[in-house]
Design a binder for this molecule. Structure first.
Ligand SMILES: Nc1nc2c(ncn2[C@@H]2O[C@H](COP(=O)(O)OP(=O)(O)OP(=O)(O)O)[C@@H](O)[C@H]2O)c(=O)[nH]1
Ligand SMILES: [Mg+2]
Length: 564
């Protein structure tokens, strides 16, 4: 755990001398420089949660990965802690983990404190893509997993586009190389052709998919620098032992498998597929590593690559496009709100990513959206479901604030010089359902649950006078979000809700002047969302086209759907 810098622990009221300010600024810059904040993203099932756990295993924060139960014989991962996630083996919500890591380079130098890794495991299912999108607004890099047998999948393409749009550099991991899959050069061609991103492998597989022996480390000109041979451990529960061999010894040991890997590596150089840091940061190329998250092959190489190449926290632009530098006074963005993580306490955590300055627990910060002061008495660093009190945090760190009820995704916190970061656009919902509870005795709990899940953004809650408060309408990007609502209402509030799908397929933003006329149309109903925005739900696009044509003066604006 990081300790607060001496220069930052004084009373906030006392003036800090110029030399003190300079020392603080130096401290913050140094702390920011050793941080790496990234998201693990992919199409469902490519192995994000398995990799997240393998990375934690390599940083020695957990001692064993996987065990007996759950999907494919493995216990649920540290990042999949909700009951629904454990039962189905899928992630339905993003999860943050923070840990220290000393790369092989930093362990050589005793004074080197190593790195602080802030990792967010995201859900792959497109129904939860809004959660993933919010995470991508808060990280500096992404690790994109591709299943060796499946190659690019629909969600992979969408996520690459989001990363490009946001200027997030991507490190690509071709996972599950322990299972039969496609030819490595073919997988790279697909990335190049379909995404227009040049893949630049750093580690090339020795042995075809399904016969994963180890990795060839590529030098600058594509020449093989060394061979890292891995040994399987029982069930992949422990770090896989590595043996490092020079190219001659590798050829002797692996014969054709090595010769082929070496030849392919040279072919890649001939087509210009070597790593270039500037092009990587500019989002034009992506370093590639082949791995097996399950067997822990290539996992240390992923961590070391993140430390060596992924960008540390940098200045962030505010709503007026002015940069907030990492050593400016404290500021942070909230990217996620989650309750029910601790069934004993039932508290609500707002996750913020520190953008600038030092955060100290107990600090009074300003909530930019309301201008109100906010005391950060309960601040936590999280590791999946586990949490511990955090005393200080630096740019790049993810901190959970307890019971910060006014905070919602996209909000800004700051001290001293005011700043407000751009809001996170919300997705256009395409699925709608009525939510109600039959037992009148449960109504109070039901109301509480609705408010909570609404404020987290699990679904959007819509209301109108005709339907009344007892049966609000839920709006979602995907229907699985409704299942999460149902599961969480039962688990956290002991309420058994009834969910009835509604026959609308589109939502458009409207205004008070258009409301009555719209409500008179067949297949249209106007609602107020909890943030005050008026939404017209429409049965289908033909109905929408018809109304547009017949009543062109009515306001019907599309909502931003940011993954498209
Ligand atoms: N053979 C093999 N299986 C793997 C590997 N990595 C993950 N798996 C398996 O693939 C399945 C999905 O893994 P997860 O880690 O849950 O995938 P995910 O990407 O987190 O899935 P979602 O969060 O639901 O999108 C599990 O059965 C894993 O055991 C790997 O390297 N090799
Ligand atoms: Mg997962």
């Amino acid at each position: 755990m990081s300790t607060p810098p001496a220069s930052a622990t004084g009373d906030t009221g006392t003036a800090i001398s110029d030399s003190g300010t300079a020392a603080l600024s130096k401290e913050v810059r140094a702390e920011a420089a050793r941080r790496r904040t990234f998201a693990v993203i992919s199409h469902p099932d490519a192995g994000k949660s398995t990799l997240t756990e393998a990375l934690a295993l390599h940083a020695k924060v957990i001692s064993e990965a996987g065990a007996v139960h759950g999907k494919a014989g493995r216990k649920s991962t540290v990042s999949d802690w909700m009951e629904m996630e454990k039962a189905r083996g899928i992630s339905v919500s993003s999860t943050a983990l923070q840990f220290n890591y000393r790369s092989s380079e930093s362990t050589a130098d005793e004074d080197d404190p190593g790195n602080v890794i802030n990792l967010v495991d995201t859900p792959g299912h497109s129904d939860f893509s809004e959660d993933t999108y919010r995470v991508l607004t808060a990280v500096d890099a992404a690790v994109m997993l591709i299943d060796a047998a499946k190659g690019l999948e629909p969600q992979t393409l969408k996520l690459f586009q989001v990363c490009r749009h946001r200027g997030i550099p991507v490190i690509t991991v071709i996972n599950k190389w322990d299972r039969p899959g496609r030819a490595p050069l073919e997988l790279l061609d697909e990335i190049d052709e379909r995404i227009g991103l040049t893949p630049t492998p750093l580690f090339w597989p020795v042995g075809i998919a399904g016969d994963f022996r180890g990795l060839l480390r590529r030098g600058e000109d594509g020449a093989a620098e060394e061979y890292i041979k891995f040994t399987r451990t029982a069930g992949g529960a422990k770090i896989a032992p590595e043996e490092h061999l020079d190219p001659d010894a590798a050829l002797e040991r692996e014969g054709d498998a090595w010769a082929e890997a070496a030849e392919e590596s040279e072919l890649l150089s001939a087509s210009g597929q070597d790593h270039d840091q500037e092009l990587f940061l500019a989002g034009q190329t992506s370093p590639v590593i082949f791995a097996s998250a399950m067997l822990n092959f290539g996992v240390r190489q992923i961590l070391d690559t993140l430390v060596a190449l992924a960008p540390p926290p940098r200045a962030r632009l505010d709503i007026d496009d002015n940069p907030r530098d990492v050593d400016d006074p404290f500021s942070a963005v909230v990217f996620k709100v989650q309750a029910g993580m601790d069934t004993a306490h039932r508290d609500r955590l707002a996750f913020m990513r520190v953008v600038s300055g030092v955060f100290e627990r107990g600090m009074v910060v300003t909530h930019a959206q309301t201008g109100k002061p906010f005391t950060t008495k309960y601040a936590l660093t999280v590791f999946g479901r586990e949490r511990s009190t955090v005393e200080a945090a630096y740019p790049g760190d993810v901190v959970g604030l307890v019971n910060a009820t006014a905070l919602a995704p996209g909000h800004t916190l700051f001290v001293d010089r005011k700043v407000e970061f751009p809001p996170i656009p919300s997705f256009a919902p395409e699925h709608f359902a009525v939510l109600r509870v039959d037992a009148a005795s449960k109504y109070k709990q039901f109301r509480k649950a609705v408010d909570q899940l609404d404020s987290e953004g699990v679904v959007q809650i819509l209301r109108n006078d005709v339907r009344g408060d007892a049966s609000p309408v839920m709006a979602a990007v995907g229907p699985m979000q409704f299942e999460v609502v149902s599961a969480r209402m039962k688990a956290e509030y002991n309420v058994e809700p009834r969910i009835e799908p509604l026959g609308y397929a589109l939502a458009r933003r409207t205004d008070a002047a258009s409301r009555d006329e719209l409500n008179r149309q067949r297949g249209v109903e106007v609602f107020t969302r909890s943030d005050g925005v008026l939404l017209a739900l429409v049965s289908d696009k033909w109905r929408l086209q018809y109304i547009r044509k017949e009543l062109p003066d009515l306001t019907l604006e599309p909502l931003v759907a940011t993954t498209d």
